[in-house]
Design a binder for this molecule. Structure first.
Ligand code: SF4
Ligand code: SF4
Length: 96
């Protein structure tokens, strides 16, 4: 089955975020330093993982879809700490 291509902006415009003050995902950049595959950078649909020039990873939790892909794919034990946002916070998907 073919899915229509949608731009990053269109994808992000279909969701609302209630940003929590507590980061529900944390990334240990020290562990990322030794990661050569960087699955998270390629897999995150919200482009929240950004490689830094010193070999680490810059991560922003604010526009996370809570899909869990990064946590499933990351091959380094303990690099990602994942929880759901606190009640009432996080992503809301809009229809249409
Ligand atoms: S896949 Fe895991 S260890 Fe590798 S850069 Fe991403 S979060 Fe870090
Ligand atoms: S849970 Fe999904 S949207 Fe959130 S950071 Fe991980 S891959 Fe990106």
């Amino acid at each position: 089955m073919d899915y229509p291509e949608i731009s990053f902006e269109d994808r992000m415009s279909t969701v609302d975020f209630q940003v929590s003050r507590r980061a529900h995902i944390e990334v240990d950049s020290e562990i990322c330093n030794s990661c050569t595959t960087r699955e998270c950078v390629h897999a995150c649909p919200a482009n929240l993982f950004v490689p830094t020039t010193d070999g680490g990873i810059l991560f922003n939790y604010e526009q996370c879809f809570e899909c869990g892909t990064c946590y499933l794919l990351c091959n380094k034990q303990g690099a990602i700490s994942w929880t759901y946002p606190d009640g009432g916070d996080g992503v809301t998907f809009r229809k249409g």
